[in-house]
Design a protein around this ligand. Structure first.
Ligand code: PSU
Ligand code: MN
Length: 308
């Protein structure tokens, strides 16, 4: 059930109604579901994210592209179709959406693709696991996620547990600084390390509440076009053990080099190897943190709706 905005861009009815009434909506991405987490946890996590958003009083809008139609909000069966390994779905960044529409392609949207669509729909808050960023060795490969430049272009607040720890975290923070994208810790002044609560990098700004995050973003977007990152660490009792993490990271990066992963395959290959090496522990941490981020995003969206 969708209300068409154009033949190529549709809002789920519930999302359209909530937006029309000025109620809180949270965008959720699909790349983490289709390319980031293994089955069957992937669909369980997606459902848990939607439930966490609803429990906090907001409406979830899971975003992806189905047969060339950008769908903002989709039911579980549609999402299961996108995640069906028998029908491989593309990984769509913001720059891919036009091609997907024109060619009738189906695919999952990354953070970059999701915030482009969310912004077009009028949704201002999104949740993910870990942002993409500057890859290790980027000085030679130029591999930097389009998540960063997308955040520089559209005013969507993204709740994430930092950036994936497979990246060059310091370089990523420098790029977010250059791009003018605010980064604040949610109840922490340490930048989270995705599978670990603390990446080792300090943050200038700390937000104690969802209301404060909403107020800071509402002020920021009056004079800046950029997005806004709220960095919510995984609960310390749920994080991956430091030694397990560091060993798995070294192995996963070495594996990606051996198989010659490049471009958009790097992140999924490294995450899958991380899951294999940790015997599934990294998948449990990733699942926990993304559901927690969906809950915080919903609280912020509710506070933002109350300001309007
Ligand atoms: N967070 C996760 N797992 C993921 C992602 C985020 O916990 O798989 C996805 C997001 O869609 C993000 C993408 O935009 O990884 C980054 O991909 P790349 O590094 O190729 O830009
Ligand atoms: Mn890349």
């Amino acid at each position: 059930m969708t209300a068409p905005l154009s033949p190529h861009f549709t809002l789920h009815d519930e999302v359209a109604t909530a937006l029309g009434e000025g109620r809180a909506v949270v965008a959720l991405e699909t790349t983490i579901v289709v390319h980031g987490l293994p089955a069957p946890q992937n669909l369980e996590v997606a459902a848990a994210c939607e439930a966490a958003v609803r429990a906090a009083g907001a409406v979830p809008a899971t975003i992806g592209v189905v047969n060339g139609v950008v769908r903002v909000g989709m039911d579980a069966a549609t999402l299961a179709g996108l995640a069906d390994p028998g029908r491989p779905s593309a990984k769509l960044s913001a720059r891919d959406l036009g091609f997907a529409v024109a060619t009738g392609t189906s695919g999952a949207t990354t953070v970059a693709g999701t915030i482009a669509a969310a912004h077009h729909a009028g949704i201002a808050v999104m949740a993910t696991g870990g942002l993409g960023g500057v890859h290790r060795g980027a000085a030679a490969t130029y591999d930097e996620s389009a998540d960063l430049t997308a955040l520089a272009r559209v005013a969507v607040l993204v709740v994430a547990s930092g950036v994936k720890s497979i990246l060059d975290i310091g370089a990523t923070l420098e790029r977010l600084d250059s791009l003018g994208v605010p980064v604040a810790g949610y109840r922490t002044d340490r930048f989270p390390g995705f599978y670990r609560a603390d990446s080792g990098f300090a943050l200038d700004w700390r937000l104690e509440s969802a209301a404060l995050a909403a107020a800071a973003f509402a002020a920021h977007r009056r004079w800046s076009p950029t997005g806004f990152v709220v960095a919510n660490p995984v609960a310390p009792e749920r994080e991956l053990d430091a030694t397990v993490h560091d060993d798995a990271l070294a192995q996963a990066l070495a594996h990606a080099a051996v198989v010659g992963a490049t471009g958009k395959d790097v992140t999924p290959v490294v995450l899958a190897e991380f899951a294999r090496v940790t015997g599934g522990a990294s998948v449990r941490v990733n699942s926990d943190l993304v559901v927690a981020n969906a809950a915080v995003a919903a609280q912020i969206a509710v506070a933002l709706a109350a300001l309007a």
